[in-house]
Design a binder for this molecule. Structure first.
Ligand code: IPM
Ligand code: MG
Length: 352
């Protein structure tokens, strides 16, 4: 197969982890007789520096014309401490999600048997955890009307959802639940928020179309607690944009490192794969960041977009093998030897 992949390395550790994912994808392509055409494009702070726009039109064209997008990370400290910055790298990510119509962000959380003791949570609580968040990605408070008034003394961000937006996300949730243990949790704050009441009422109305799925409705604050207490009790969780942002960072603790968790952002036409971690500027250029979340995101890309399951499995297997052999970066090495980002990438390529 010929696969055209837009490659958006972005900022911070983005280029380093993306470089390892490219090596691994090329090795898989070699092994299974595929041809990958990489289309690199600018995004984030790197794009602001180069052309003054964190998601330039040229990058958008490249993404639109590719079969999938592989994305590193976005963000730069020089903007984090400057609330008055007019252009911010993160705007590029949001613009990209919106313009590509990536309304569903799929974030699995699972444990690796060889890493159970890396998690700060007790083994008996997290063993066997295998859950998936479906986070709504192009609506809610991220995209609602925002601004300042009263001469700048008052600020507001509005959370808006339409029934249609809830339906298309929930539909993906029900469908995913059908392929798993048929358990769906709708996470909201319906005791307080009107948008949450719309979510709940919409999902309730959809239940009849999926009679086999057991749906629970839980408040986001309670889920935040139960997620680290009994992660095993969840399977598929659907939620709005901001709740999903927060809960998926929390959930990554279960696996032992944020550097392990992949994600896919999908819409009707396009799909983008990215690690859930950020640009980790403190580690940029040091060759120490964990490349596995990006590599596992590439595995999701092979399976979900290209329908190449064997290729995806090959990546996951070699990643598991590297973990079992302790070929890991410093976030996971503990007292043992820490391997460099590029060494982990090389090991995976050699062992594929
Ligand atoms: C994420 C990130 C982004 C978000 C930031 C970088 C804008 O935290 O993908 O979870 O909030 O969506
Ligand atoms: Mg986040």
């Amino acid at each position: 197969m010929k696969l055209t992949i837009a490659l958006l390395a972005g900022d911070g550790i983005g280029p380093e982890v993306i470089a390892q994912a490219v090596k691994v994808c090329d090795a898989v392509a070699d092994k299974f007789n595929h041809e990958i055409i990489w289309k690199p494009a600018l995004t984030g702070a790197a794009a602001i520096d180069a052309v003054g726009d964190p998601y330039p039109d040229e990058t958008h064209e490249i993404c639109l014309n590719a079969d999938a997008v592989l994305f590193g990370a976005i963000g730069h400290p020089k903007y984090d401490n400057d609330p008055s910055a007019k252009v911010r790298p993160e705007q590029g990510l949001l613009k990209m999600r919106k313009k590509l119509g990536l309304f569903a962000n799929i974030r699995p959380t699972f444990t690796f048997p060889s890493l159970i003791d890396n998690s700060p949570l007790k083994r008996e609580r997290i063993e066997g955890t295998d859950l998936v968040f479906l986070r709504e990605l192009t609506g809610g408070i991220y995209f609602g009307e925002k601004g300042r008034k009263d001469g700048g003394e008052t600020a507001y961000d509005t959370c808006t959802y339409t029934r249609e937006e809830v339906i298309r996300l929930a539909k993906k949730g029900f469908e995913l639940a059908m392929t798993r243990t048929k358990k769906l949790c709708c996470v909201d704050k319906a005791n307080v928020l009107e948008t949450s009441r719309l979510w709940r009422e919409t999902v309730q109305a959809m239940e009849k179309d999926y009679p086999e799925v057991t749906v629970s409705y839980e408040f986001v604050d309670a889920v935040a607690m139960r997620l680290v207490q009994w992660p095993n009790s969840y399977d598929v969780l659907i939620t709005e944009n901001l709740f999903g942002d927060i809960l998926t960072d929390e959930a990554s603790v279960i696996s032992g490192s944020m550097g392990l968790m992949p994600s896919a952002s999908v819409g009707e036409e396009n799909a983008l794969y990215e690690p859930i971690h950020g640009s980790y500027p403190q580690a940029a250029g040091k060759d120490i960041a964990n490349p596995l979340a990006t590599i596992l995101s590439a595995a999701m890309m092979f399976e979900d977009t290209f329908k190449l399951k064997e290729e995806a499995e090959a990546i996951r297997n070699v990643v598991n093998k590297s973990l079992e052999h302790g070929i890991v970066t410093e976030d996971l090495s503990g007292k043992n030897k820490a391997y460099k980002t590029s060494e982990v990438g090389n090991w995976l390529v050699e062992n594929l």
